[in-house]
Every structure is written in C-alpha cells, then in structure tokens.
Design a binder for this molecule. Structure first.
Ligand code: GDP
Ligand code: IMO
Ligand code: MG
Length: 435
C-alpha cells in the first residue's frame, strides 16, 4: 500500500450507474477510510475482479480490500435486513468486515412502512420509477422528525414508540392496502435484525474527524448522481438525498476542509433508469445497441436502462456544481465499432434558440431538441487498452472533444469492467495512484 493520497470524493455526474463502484474499488488500496454518506439500497455498485462481479448496495465498495475501514455516514438510510444479507454474501466470498465497519448512530432506518408507501405511490398515476426500496419515505420521515435512527436500536424499551408515528400515518393513508405486520412484530423483528450489528453502531463523525486529524486518507463514495440530486437534479424525477458534493458534508459531519479532490464519474454515453427528462435518449437501434453491448440493466432492480449519446450540458452542470477536478470517463469500449458517435453539445428550446442551460421545470425539459455533433467511429477495439498511446486515433479525437465540451480534464479512462481495464491520464491528479 502506497499512501498518502488526497482525500477524495467520487461522485456520479449523470443519472447514476456511471461506474463509481469500479473506481472506488480501484483506488481503495490507497485509502484507510472508505465512506458512504448518502443514499441507501437504491444504489447498486458493481466491482469486477478476475471476471467475477460483486454488487454492493449499502456496504462501501472498499469492502474488498482488507486494510480499508468502512464507514456508513449519518446521511445514509439503511435497510438492516438487506445490509445483513450483503455482509453474509461478502463473507461467503471471503471478504470479512468484522472489526473494520462503523455505522453512524445518526443514520436513519428504512422500515417496512417506508417500502409500503413507496410502492403504493408507484402504483398510482404520478410514477417516478423509483427502485421501490422505501428511500423517499425514509428521507421524508427524517425531515418530518419522525424517523428512527440506528441509535434507537440501543434503546429496545422505547423502540416501539419511535416506530408508532410513521406506522400510524402510513396505515391511515394506505388503509387496507397497507398490509403491514403488527407494530409489535415489526419492533421484535427489528431488534432481532439489529443484534449482530449493534457493536458496529457508533459515532462516525468523531471517528472520521479523528482519522482526518491523524492524517489518515479518506475516500468518499457517492451514490446515485448529480442529475438525481434532490435540489440540483431533474426534480421531481430525482432521488430523495443530496448526491452532489453538499451531501458529503452533511452526510458525514466533516468540514469541507477535510476534502482535497473531487473525481467525477461519467460514461462515454448517457443512461437513465426510471422516468424523467433525458434529452439525448435514443429510441432506435443505436440505443438498443448501447443497452446490449453496455449491459445496461439495473444492478439493483434489473430494469433496462434508457440509453443515449453523451450529454455535455448536463455533465458540465454536474462538473461545475461539484467542483470536479477530473473525470473518470467510463465504458468507452461500449462505443467500439459504431460507425459514428455523437456528443450533445446543446439544446434547441421551444423558441428555436440554442442553449446549454439546464431547465428547472419539466415542461421546459420536454421542449428541448438536442444539437448533436457526430464523430467518426473507430474500428480497432479499445476494450482493455491500458495506455493513451494505444487508443485508436478516432477514439482519441472523441474523448478529447468530450473533455473540451465539459471543460474538465479526463483523469481516468475506463476500457472495460475489470480492475485492469483502463488507465490514468498522464499529468492529472490521479497520476501514480494506481501504480
Ligand atoms: P455505479 O452505480 O456507478 O457503481 O455503476 P454500476 O455498477 O451500477 O454500473 C456500471 C456497470 O458498468 C457495472 O456493471 C460495471 O461492471 C460496468 N463497467 C464499469 N466500467 C466499465 C467499462 O469501462 N466498460 C464496460 N464495458 N463496463 C464497465
Ligand atoms: P447508483 O448509486 C441509477 C433512480 C431510480 C428513480 C429515482 C428515484 O447505483 O448510481 P429512489 O428509489 O431513489 O427513490 O428512485 O432515482 N435511482 C438510480 N438510478 N442508479 C442509482 O444508484 C439509483 N438510485 C436511484 O431509478 O429514477
Ligand atoms: Mg449502480
């Protein structure tokens, strides 16, 4: 292990599933602390090692490196049952996290009534296309001051009372449709689920503060992505947490001074799961090919992902919002063999004006027509390439135009799902970090 390294945030720049898990896993050997700070088991982060794929939902993607200490921050919402299943699966595959996991006592629990409410709403007319994991209701009850936190599991006598308000509200709203276990059964079940993880619940903010002051390296793993951010994404078609940079600070309790660099993650094209604006979406055989070659099916729900060309205005917006120092550009290999590849450089609005501005209202998004610049494709495959000099000329022209379109340098170029497929761009802040 070759520490130190800059304290680094890895954040999604599109609508999720950019390949954050691969980058967190890849950089983890440089880091002592690997931290999740928002989201829950709506996230699905895939790590591929020697051809074997491991999906992580709530456990930080540093799990595969035994020297990484794993922290789940206060901004995360947790489904304990799923968390335990994830730990069991990791253990079966030889990854033990006992003794190197801390979960914030301030993190909120995802409860059966959150899941019931999420699914009930999704059955109605105004569908967001959520993952159905109860994420929205868990965060909204947190804001409504009726959430249940991990710390509450340490007070079994009062747990039932803490659960009651949310339970009653959902029961009233859903009536017969609620189909919930009794409050007693829910309390009992939760206490049983909590038993094995009680020793891992503690003061994550204090832990991280001390680690920072000791000079330990910290890697922050974003979940979801900027265009799904509750404030800065395509509202209301977003998730219910702040997945852009601000969420890192509220979700850990660390000062912005504890962060040195931001690595944004984007695919060489664009995807989205669920409903909502997606101006560069392709409905033709090109979109189908991106989906098939890129295996664009959700890690968490298995749903087919909507696919389209790289969208510079949305990605540039994400780079500006997060102060991105460099981009990890993923899945270039998926574009291998396309006769031409496109970059959306702007939008033509309802009045015929070309703009790169990101609208606020859905009705304005709906009017946008994309302005695409096409580039000649490449015939030589990029899959597995590990050096810039080996990239086909046309691929190099494409990625350089892409970097220019978002006014952000490429720091890492990914040419396949495996750890060894890809390379750090020379002269960037990641240089030397994967050696
Ligand atoms: P995350 O949610 O941002 O961690 O991304 P996901 O894991 O949901 O989705 C990214 C998918 O792309 C995973 O299946 C990865 O194994 C895969 N992947 C990552 N980088 C590359 C790459 O450069 N090329 C290809 N073909 N697949 C990749
Ligand atoms: P990772 O971390 C892609 C999407 C859902 C839906 C919207 C709201 O793997 O990139 P939610 O269940 O959060 O209330 O759903 O957000 N969504 C994701 N899309 N990747 C994710 O996570 C996502 N997490 C949520 O599809 O459109
Ligand atoms: Mg994912």
């Amino acid at each position: 292990m070759n520490r130190p390294a800059p304290n680094l945030a890895i954040l999604g720049l599109q609508w999720g599933d950019e390949g954050k898990g691969k980058l967190v896993d890849l950089l983890s050997p440089r880091y002592r602390q690997v931290v999740r700070f928002q989201g829950g088991n709506n996230a699905g982060h895939t790590v591929v090692v020697d051809g074997q794929s491991i999906a992580l939902h709530q456990v930080p993607s540093g799990a595969l490196h035994p020297e990484c200490f794993l922290v789940v921050g206060s901004g995360v919402v947790l489904n304990l049952e799923v968390f335990q299943q994830e730990l069991d699966r990791l253990k079966q595959r030889g990854f033990e996290v006992t003794g190197r996991l801390l979960m914030s006592e301030k993190a909120h629990l995802i409860l059966p009534y959150h899941i019931a409410l999420d699914r009930w709403r999704e059955g109605g007319a105004s569908k967001i296309g959520t993952t159905g994991r109860g994420i929205g209701p868990a965060y909204e009850m947190k804001a409504a001051r009726m959430g249940v936190r991990l710390a509450d599991l340490k007070h079994p006598d009062t747990l039932r009372d803490k659960l009651r308000q949310g339970y009653d509200e959902v029961s009233i709203r859903l009536g017969q449709d609620a189909d919930l276990p009794t409050l007693d059964a829910m309390t009992e079940n939760l206490l049983q689920q909590a038993q094995p993880i009680l020793p891992c619940i503690g003061d994550a903010q204090d832990h991280l503060y001390k680690a920072w002051k000791r000079g330990e390296t910290i890697l922050f793993e974003g979940a979801q992505a900027t265009l799904l951010d509750l404030d800065h994404g395509t509202y209301p078609f977003v998730t219910s947490s702040n997945c852009s940079l601000g969420g890192l600070f509220t979700g850990t309790g660390l000062s912005p001074k504890a962060l040195d660099k931001v690595l944004g993650v984007g695919k060489a094209y664009t995807t989205r799961v669920g409903a909502g604006p997606f101006p560069s979406e392709l409905f033709d055989s090109v979109g189908d090919r991106l989906r098939e070659v890129g295996r664009e099916f959700g890690t968490t729900t298995g749903r087919p992902r909507r696919c389209g060309w790289f969208d510079a205005p949305i990605t540039a917006h994400a780079c500006r919002l997060n102060g991105v120092d460099g981009i990890g550009l993923m899945k270039l290999d998926v574009l291998d063999g396309f006769p031409e590849v496109g970059i959306v450089l702007g939008y033509r609005d309802g009045e015929g004006r070309v703009t790169t501005r990101i609208p606020t209202c859905i009705s304005d998004w709906d009017q946008l027509k994309v302005e695409v610049k096409y580039f000649k494709g490449w015939t030589e495959p990029t899959r597995g390439i590990k050096e810039l000099s080996k990239l086909p000329k046309e691929a190099r022209v494409y990625v350089e135009a892409l970097a220019e379109s978002i006014e952000t340098p490429i720091a890492y170029l990914s040419t396949g799902p495996d750890r060894v497929e890809g390379f750090v761009y020379p002269g960037t802040f990641l240089e030397g970090m994967l050696d």
